[in-house]
Design a protein around this ligand. Structure first.
Ligand code: SAH
Length: 196
């Protein structure tokens, strides 16, 4: 993998990516492709993101090791596993139970104990755990729900794909004393956030 050559420089992000065996998170038939810089299908018509996008999103969260991070869209659990090495605790929500069960098995096999995951609709966030220091969405809403924006602390960061169909952008939002600063960093293509 050539993430370094693609401009991913944060050493802690690169070492977290190196610690997580991506072949464990893809279907057995696709293991030979696990270390290519490509998104791959997982079960139930979902996808595991391209490593470059995982790296960019992880870097954009600017983690120091102390944060509580909410993830919407556990999927294979790959992104959550990487975050687990860079923050205090990951809270991850998935709306497809079979995917959640498999992801939880992978966390156990890797002896990762700082991920709390649950089944449900992530559009409503995780009110019992809020406020969070960071929020990451790995499925794309047409527009980031206000409920989620309100669950990040002042000074906190939200990283998410936003938009419908082919028109998505990766956005980085920082919550300030008086509102939200928003930056679009690159065009992306994620599976949609499905409500309910
Ligand atoms: N982070 C994952 C990416 C999985 S793809 C990984 O590293 O593998 C996005 C996931 O978002 C899918 O599994 C999909 O089922 C889930 N998703 C879509 N809408 C959702 C919602 N409203 N709440 C929770 N999860 C959702």
């Amino acid at each position: 993998m050539t993430l370094r050559g693609m401009g991913i420089v944060a050493p802690d992000v690169l070492s977290a990516i190196e610690r997580v065996p991506r072949e464990m998170f893809v279907p057995p038939a696709l293991r030979d492709h696990a270390y290519e810089n490509a998104s791959l299908p997982i079960a139930m018509e979902q996808t595991i993101s391209q490593p470059y996008i995982v790296a960019r999103m992880t870097a954009a969260l600017q983690l120091t090791g102390r944060e509580r991070v909410l993830e919407i869209g556990t999927g294979s659990g790959y992104q959550a596993a990487i975050l687990s090495y860079l923050c205090r605790r990951v809270y991850s929500i998935e709306r497809l139970r079979p995917l959640l069960v498999e992801a939880e098995n992978r966390f156990r096999k890797l002896r990762i104990t700082n991920i709390t995951s649950k089944f449900g609709d992530g559009a409503g966030g995780w009110p019992e755990g809020a406020p969070f220091d960071r929020i990451i969405l790995t499925c794309a809403p047409a527009e980031i729900p206000a409920t989620l924006l309100n669950q990040v602390k002042t000074g906190g960061i939200i990283v998410a794909p936003e938009g419908r169909g082919r028109e998505q952008s990766l956005v980085v939002i920082r919550r300030t004393e008086d509102g939200f600063d928003r930056e679009e960093i690159l065009p992306v293509k994620f599976v949609p956030l499905v409500e309910g």
